[in-house]
Write a protein that binds this ligand. Sequence first.
Ligand SMILES: Cc1cc2nc3c(=O)[nH]c(=O)nc-3n(C[C@H](O)[C@H](O)[C@H](O)COP(=O)(O)OP(=O)(O)OC[C@H]3O[C@@H](n4cnc5c(N)ncnc54)[C@H](O)[C@@H]3O)c2cc1C
Ligand SMILES: NC(=O)c1ccc[n+]([C@@H]2O[C@H](COP(=O)([O-])OP(=O)(O)OC[C@H]3O[C@@H](n4cnc5c(N)ncnc54)[C@H](O)[C@@H]3O)[C@@H](O)[C@H]2O)c1
Length: 453
Amino acid sequence: MSRTCDVVVLGMGPAGEEVAGRLAETGLSVVGVEAELLGGECPYWACVPSKMILRAGNLLAEARRVPGMAGQSSVVPDWSPVAARIRDEATTDWDDEIAVRRFTDKGGQFVRGHGRLTGPREVEVAGLTYHARRGVVVATGSAPWIPPVEGLSDVPYWTNRDAVSAREAPGSLLVLGGGAVGVELAQGFARFGTRVTVVESAERLLPPEEPESGELLARVLEGEGLSVRTGARAASVRHDGHGFALVLEGGEELSAERLLVATGRRPRLDGLGLETAGLDSGARALRVDAHMRTEMPGVWAVGDVTDEGAFTHMAMYQADIAVRSLLGAEGPGADYRAVPRVTFTDPEIGSVGMTERAAREEGLSVRTGHAAVPSSARGWIHKAGNEGLVKLVADADRGVLVGATSAGPAGGEVLYGLTVAVRAEVPVARLRDTIPAYPTFHRAVHDALTDLG
Ligand SMILES: Cc1cc2nc3c(=O)[nH]c(=O)nc-3n(C[C@H](O)[C@H](O)[C@H](O)COP(=O)(O)OP(=O)(O)OC[C@H]3O[C@@H](n4cnc5c(N)ncnc54)[C@H](O)[C@@H]3O)c2cc1C
Ligand SMILES: NC(=O)c1ccc[n+]([C@@H]2O[C@H](COP(=O)([O-])OP(=O)(O)OC[C@H]3O[C@@H](n4cnc5c(N)ncnc54)[C@H](O)[C@@H]3O)[C@@H](O)[C@H]2O)c1
């Protein structure tokens, strides 16, 4: 059996939901296909629940900072309100009824099932073939990448999904991978009393970020009692029914009740039938132009599946461009020079644009400016929990910032001004001439601008 519509959106995570909802609102007939939950990874297993864990952990950390600053405190962590909040408020017990209604109220048609392309403008799902007059938008997101460590495929390891659905905090946790997923969940659980070891194969945590960020974060986590093992490669893993034993190259054995694998994600392209649409089914990601069009007319792609940066704000940005492209509307194409990234640990590690190293590799005439948050007035006043830094990367020839890092108690919030500076290419002289209110954390940015010379 077959049906005809204007657009099929394959995968209804943040990227697909945005495209499908916006197009349906214009009156087009839109079919949204979703194999699991409408909303995708972010609300049910990723951004939202992980940030609820971190918010709860931050409350505990702040309470622990009371002695010496505001009296006495005694904190008894309890995971059950965190688990309840994730279940009841974030995910409605992993039920997407509200999200489905939000989409169908806009005029969209929702189909639950695993869809696959059967041609450039054709999707098969649940025994029906949909012919899309305008085209198909592939928004199938990403899935955890599991490294080829001996024994790993035979043990009941956690991914982010198990971690954010945990009913209790484990006694001990090994975290394989010190990227954003690994460090956020490591700190979150540790603040609830879990003994956490992070194993990262690179020389530093958050390897794509400035080295100063990974070093700062390792120092803070170790100060909170976590064990951080960088430059450490897992050789094998076993599970004896009660706990995990992870053997590092070199022979050292680490053990814990749970093992979280957080070693990265890969675009979800398997079994999508890309070849039927003339696309490379062996590619790592779906390549798109600045308007989210793949090489095959009639097929667009948005979100994690494009591998341009696995962030919900990237998914939404690309979705907006794809909507315009599908409607034939004017507008700028994608520009990735000022993509903000925030790892929501405490301190938050915010960054935008190029690192110093990336700028040097581009052959730019690089100048950097640094400031330490504890040395700024606000950082000094803040005292307990004031760790942080600002690092600016400027193209000296053009006199503009091309990258920046803002780590600190409000590092992710302070990042916005820096994102505007990089995106709008605000002259450094003008930035220096801008007044940050006293004593906000933004004054550390001003200190770094002064240091830039
Ligand atoms: C633990 C964690 C924390 C994160 N925190 C943040 C954060 O704080 N901020 C941030 O910006 N980003 C964060 N991210 C990243 C963010 O979750 C993703 O970038 C975002 O979800 C990508 O959206 P998407 O729509 O491209 O893909 P997804 O959210 O992966 O959605 C894709 C959807 O497609 C469906 N699908 C796949 N194949 C098919 C098929 N063949 N047929 C039908 N449906 C299919 C899937 O079931 C899924 O629902 C986090 C990620 C993780 C893992
Ligand atoms: N706050 C946020 O915006 C946020 C939070 C979580 C995730 N995310 C997104 O999700 C994506 C996936 O996150 P992630 O942390 O899983 O991936 P990642 O790629 O950021 O980090 C994975 C880490 O695992 C390490 N690694 C790989 N193989 C290893 C091995 N065998 N042993 C030890 N370490 C190993 C890598 O060196 C890397 O540092 C990120 O790219 C990010 O865009 C965003």
